[in-house]
Write a protein that binds this ligand. Sequence first.
Ligand code: GLN
Length: 454
Amino acid sequence: QAHLDRIAAVDGDIHAFLHVSDHALEVAADIDRRRAAGEQLGPVAGVPLAIKDVLVTTDMPSTSGSRILEGFMSPYDATVVARSRAAGLVPLGKTNMDEFAMGSSTEHSAYGPTHNPWDLDRIPGGSGGGSAAAVAAFEAPLALGSDTGGSIRQPAHVTGTVGMKPTYGGVSRYGAIALASSLDQVGPVTRTVLDAGLLHDVIGGHDPHDATSLSDVWPSFADAAREGASGEVLKGLKVGVIAELPDSGFQAGVSASFRAALSAMEAHGAEIVEISAPHFEYGVAAYYLILPAEASSNLAKFDSVRFGMRLDVPGGTVEDVMAKTRDAGFGDEVKRRIILGTYALSAGYYDAYYGSAQKVRTLIQRDFDAAFAQVDVIATPSAPTTAFKIGEKIDDPLQMYLNDVTTIPANLAGVPGISIPSGLASEDGLPVGIQFLAPARADARLYRVGAALE
Ligand code: GLN
């Protein structure tokens, strides 16, 4: 009730939610009844949860921020949603996002932007700005996000929250409306590292419905966060900083906060090691070919027949109906990427664009392999700037894409990454995050290190 009251009080200004559940209280009351009857419930039973609208749900509409899916009701729950319900989490509603998770500001939502609770004139990050804003504004204690190129970590950075992108394959993608299948991962957005670990424990682990799901048995990430809290893990921890990451393009206050966090870690016994990752900064260029290529294929299913919107075109052919529906149902950024993707995949251009981008992806993976032979984690600022103004970058897609320079490489390599708050930038008083990356499958290490720094 407290969270529903909070949503009623502030969401008119923030617009974190696209849909608020009308039966959250019933679900919560049922948990109370089960607990009173002596049933052993897990540690998060009864805790409210906000769900990014990219995840399909049977009891609430799922739009992925797009007009083409307005009012769409899924016949099944995403695995992460089903597991959340089974753990007794109480779904509060569906959160706003850039259309089909394409963007870094939530301004590309077909349903209007979300506002950053720290300053309502600013963006809450993207694509999962709704989930991060809901957590930052105390509308929800926990939220689910998805991260294809930073959409969990960058919103966490600009809203002063914690965002974790698990190892690729660590959390099921079943029922996450696909953006780019080789990059997408679902993960938690929370206020503390321990909360993220608790939610990750609920949603993670093998799922036979997802062909890329790892069969690993994972350790408890909540336990890892608890272990890390003493700070002991920092003693002798080797923290890599990337020599080639250009200082230019980073806001002074972001760089200062990053350096201060590194000094604090050093003071507690960590060793800061300069590493070489020469292809890291080419991640953006490779990603913005690979992502549109995969997205153009994934979005072909929105054909006016199988899902969502269908325009009436009197006397039109099937092709006319498809073309007119897609024209009306998709926003500009989605169309831009479909055109880019089909171009990059077309005969004659495939080797020059898509093929080259895949080679760069391999080089980035090799950079990580070499780096992780030397260090335990890599640290970077989570994004180059603090929250920018709504409208500031909307007409300049390249500026928007460059915002993802530090987050994208983890998706290209499949490694886990976490963003945790590192303070406020001196020039504007807005939140800044520090990102840690670890080798694939070493997600628990990120919870230990993150909790140590908190
Ligand atoms: N900003 C990136 C993009 O626009 C990240 C998207 C994401 O992680 N879903 O593609």
